[in-house]
Design a protein around this ligand. Structure first.
Ligand code: FAD
Length: 468
């Protein structure tokens, strides 16, 4: 069978605690919206699960129907892997519970939780784990691809803090994956994306953080970018791990602390999070203020949970987005010159190029300790093409590709799997490098038919190129 009969849909509906939406249903159109408006897909069925039992029903239907299957957490993936055309979507966005155990410093997180949901619960106890920089992102997809953010230099990648996961596999079984149970599956889940099953519960280690951090933005005119980035790369060499500084090059948004004549002009922004003792904050960030002569700055103590939302207004859903990314070990002069050329040709006010600093604890884990191998990356570069008018698609995509190609000689050759676009399936090997063959073996064991293929796919042995 490779279609859905009305009988099989009715049987599924009667077996669910959640709901199953079809084209024409009132909630269907909204349920098929995801963060990146470039992705326009119409699934045959969206199963909005309320728990593990619903997930198992949906997996069984997908397996029996032969239809494409997509899994949706927070719906942020740039490649739009949360949606498939004409197939079944397992939508986990209603499963948002986050249970924190302060005594053991553990969080038990359902797969529809966003970073905001997580931070809200964990910060009530002054606890956190490394996640990303935009609070509407899903914990699930971010973690399964490895995950990094403001706390990664101190505490590692999100996957370095994953203790266990409950997984519904392609055969419908519910497995616990941890260092003690199904250790091969646990190894693969930590970076291998959604290739191995549907995670219905994540268990994370937590760390005391905040509740206030010291941070904010230092903004310089882009004319000063070369000098500022030269100071930045020198400072990074000796930066303490409780300080993380990202550089973002773009046109200045109308931020209230910037003089109005700067709005819309090219700037380089240093975004800073210092999570050490609050009283040390001003000293810790002082070096950044001396990268050049700022045209504006906004620095001070603030709740960690508020900083986690600081970039949300620039990253709202519904815009058209196209990304390209490299992992970097350094910022050589040639790369900085290439950046300067690209910013001179920015095709829209929302496009930007960032160097996200990681390093620190992210580099102290062996590359083969888990699926995520890129322990030599000190920065993750992302060229973020973003615009609103479909008529600008070709121009903005060409700009992003142009910088990506020009900057390739300065990259490590590897890439962060969660930043891969829909047209980059040939780069999956670059995301996993030396761990690829072991990932293929685990995939072959747990998903030999490649049921979970609507993702940055790791193909099981003997399977052909995935049809999506
Ligand atoms: C604005 C923005 C900012 C970002 N910032 C960061 C950042 O700071 N750091 C960072 O590391 N990444 C960041 N990302 C990238 C992010 O990690 C990926 O987009 C990630 O895939 C998002 O997860 P999601 O659950 O929201 O996405 P979805 O699109 O819902 O899921 C992506 C894929 O993950 C898999 N998946 C999701 N849930 C499950 C599950 N429960 N079981 C099995 N498979 C599942 C599926 O294959 C799914 O298609 C950012 C993305 C955006 C759009």
């Amino acid at each position: 069978m490779s279609s859905l009969s009305s009988e099989s849909i009715a049987t599924l509906k009667s077996a669910l605690r959640g709901e199953a939406l079809q084209p024409g249903d009132a909630a269907y159109e909204e349920a098929r919206q995801i963060w990146n408006a470039m992705i326009e897909r119409r699934p045959a069925l969206i199963v909005r699960c309320r728990g593990c039992a619903d997930v198992r029903q949906a997996v069984a239907l997908a397996r029996e129907s032969g239809l494409p299957l997509a899994v949706r957490g927070g719906g942020h993936n740039i490649a739009g892997s949360a949606l498939c055309d004409g197939g079944i979507v397992i939508d986990l966005s209603l499963m948002k519970s986050v249970r924190v155990e302060p005594a053991t410093r553990r969080a038990y997180v359902e797969p529809g939780a966003t970073l905001h949901d997580f931070d809200h619960e964990a910060q009530a106890f002054g606890l956190a784990t490394p996640l990303g920089i935009n609070s509407t992102t899903g914990v699930a997809g971010l973690t399964l691809g490895a995950g990094f953010g403001w706390l990664s230099r101190r505490f590692g990648m999100s996957v370095d803090n994953l203790v266990a996961a409950d997984v519904v596999t392609a055969d419908g079984n519910l497995l616990r994956a941890s260092a003690e149970e199904n250790a091969d599956l646990f190894w693969a889940l930590r970076g291998g994306g959604g290739n191995f099953g549907v995670v219905t519960m994540f268990e994370f280690a937590l760390h005391p953080v905040g509740p206030e951090i010291y941070g904010g933005l230092v903004v310089l005119p882009f004319d000063a970018a070369k000098e500022a980035l030269t100071h930045y790369r020198e400072a990074v060499e000796a930066m303490p791990e409780d300080l993380t500084v990202w550089s973002v090059s773009r046109l200045a948004p109308p931020l209230p602390f910037l003089p109005s004549e700067v709005h819309g002009k090219p700037v380089i922004v240093f975004a800073i999070c210092y999570s050490g003792p609050l009283e040390n904050g001003p000293t810790a960030v002082d070096a950044v203020r001396r990268f050049g002569k700022p045209c504006g700055e906004h620095l001070g103590p603030m709740p960690y949970a508020a900083w986690q939302q600081a970039f949300d207004p620039l990253l709202t859903p519904g815009a058209r987005n196209y990304w390209k990314s490299h992992n970097l070990a350094a910022l050589p002069d040639g790369l900085i010159d290439t950046l300067i050329d690209a910013i001179a040709a920015l095709p829209s006010p929302e496009c930007e190029i960032f160097f996200g600093q990681i390093g620190g604890a992210t580099q102290r884990v062996a590359p083969d300790a888990m699926a995520y191998p890129n322990r030599d990356a000190l920065y993750v570069m992302n060229v973020h093409g973003r615009w609103t008018d479909p008529a600008d698609d070709a121009r903005c995509v060409a700009w992003a590709r142009g910088f990506f190609e020009a900057s390739a000689p300065y990259g490590l050759g590897s890439v962060y799997v969660n930043f891969l676009t829909d047209d980059e399936r040939t780069r999956v090997e670059a995301a996993y490098g030396p761990n690829m063959s072991r990932l293929v073996a685990v995939k072959t064991k747990y998903d030999p038919q490649n049921l979970f293929r609507h993702n940055q796919n790791i193909r099981p042995e003997g399977s052909a190129e995935a049809s999506q």
